[in-house]
Design a protein around this ligand. Structure first.
Ligand code: ADP
Ligand code: TRP
Length: 331
């Protein structure tokens, strides 16, 4: 269905990627890159409305690049770059501001959530809202339209932003004539929500994550900390509500998973033993990739090279778009 289409997505460097990000976003993206032309960028400009420490932005940006490379992103098909390295994106952002209705921004879920929080706390409605947050969807439209993306794989929470990009492309086309393709969001196959250490959705906002490439020791510690009930090994357990089983599925073959699930449910396997098996399975899958990741993070020159080459390839496409837009708007 997406043959020959241009796929694009951005990942915000706001924290260290965890198992939830891996299952819900990173793994599918790496799979997609095996047979599709893909633009993948680190959305560092989008992080700036909440992150004001440049060292953190830089560090988390490297982490994302290193993880994608270690997971086997196909660097021929995928153009991997930093959003901020592309001059044209700042320009398109400025141009698109002038065809974007303010009312559209007022309807953005993320801005509405900030207003609701302020109202509930009895604060001024716009307290703590900077223009980076308010105009976030315009920059995201610039990201998408600059490369002529057809398909934008995102989590469900970003669907509205892609629809806004489509709307903004439409407003532009109406005024200046057919210029932009209309992108479509692609909400990933339901991989299920990965629960965190406390059983809630694994999320950096809940401080319940296991970083994807935590050291072997920390991975083990993290897995041992997964909260369970107090059933004894002999009592039957529900595999469908267990974080241990949910995580196991994503690192095992179907047959291995079926076997583990059955043994977990039957009397005999305690939570401690199940966690040890889970650790061993995950560790055996991730160890070789972790070695690559650690090396890339220790000496970032290889990442710099990859990102520079990505920026060059992305710029070649972006510059063509920006000169067309500039001509249409400024003559
Ligand atoms: P966080 O909740 O840690 O801030 P993000 O919102 O930045 O994570 O998520 C980035 C991507 O990772 C999204 O596409 C989302 O679908 C995926 N993702 C995040 N947490 C999970 C989870 N617990 N289970 C499955 N996918 C997740
Ligand atoms: N807003 C996205 C997020 O928070 C990241 C992002 C920025 C993005 N620009 C994009 C995603 C363009 C897809 C396309 O996850």
């Amino acid at each position: 269905m997406i043959d020959n289409k241009i796929v694009l997505t951005g990942i915000k460097p706001t924290g260290t990627p965890h198992f939830g990000n891996y299952v819900g976003a990173l793994k599918p993206l790496v799979q997609m890159s095996q047979d599709h032309k893909t633009f993948v960028f680190i959305a560092d400009l989008h992080a700036l409305n909440i992150m004001h420490n440049p060292d953190d932005v830089r560090h988390h940006s490297y982490e994302i690049a290193a993880i994608l490379v270690a997971l086997g992103l196909n660097l021929e098909n995928a153009v991997l770059f930093r959003q901020s390295d592309i001059d044209a994106v700042y320009k398109l952002n400025t141009f698109l501001m002038n065809v974007t209705p303010k009312g559209l921004m007022n309807r953005a879920h993320s801005y509405k959530a900030a207003m609701d929080k302020n109202t509930a706390a009895g604060n001024d409605i716009d307290s703590g809202v900077n223009m980076g947050l308010y105009t976030y969807p315009v920059l995201m439209a610039a990201d998408i339209l600059l490369y002529g993306a057809d398909i934008v794989p995102v989590g469900a929470d970003q669907k509205q932003h892609v629809e806004f990009a489509r709307d903004i492309a439409g407003y532009f086309n109406n005024i200046y004539g057919e210029t932009f393709k209309l992108p479509e969001p692609m909400i990933g196959a339901d991989t299920g929500i990965i629960p965190g250490l406390d059983g809630r959705k694994m999320s950096k906002s809940y401080d319940n994550v296991i970083p994807l490439f935590a050291s072997e020791k920390d991975l083990k510690k993290g897995i041992m900390r997964i909260i369970t009930d107090s059933k004894t090994p002999e009592e039957p357990k529900d595999p469908d509500t267990s974080t241990i089983v949910a995580l196991y599925r994503h690192f095992a073959t179907d047959a291995e998973f079926a076997d583990f699930r059955a043994r977990f449910a039957a009397p005999g396997m305690g939570y401690g033993a199940a966690k040890t098996e889970l650790f061993e399975k995950i560790n055996s899958v991730l160890s070789p990739m972790r070695a690559i990741y650690d090396q890339l993070m220790t000496d970032t020159s290889k990442l710099d090279e990859i990102l520079a080459s990505g920026a060059e390839r992305a710029t070649a496409v972006a510059e063509k778009t920006i000169s067309r837009v500039r001509k249409k708007m400024l003559g």
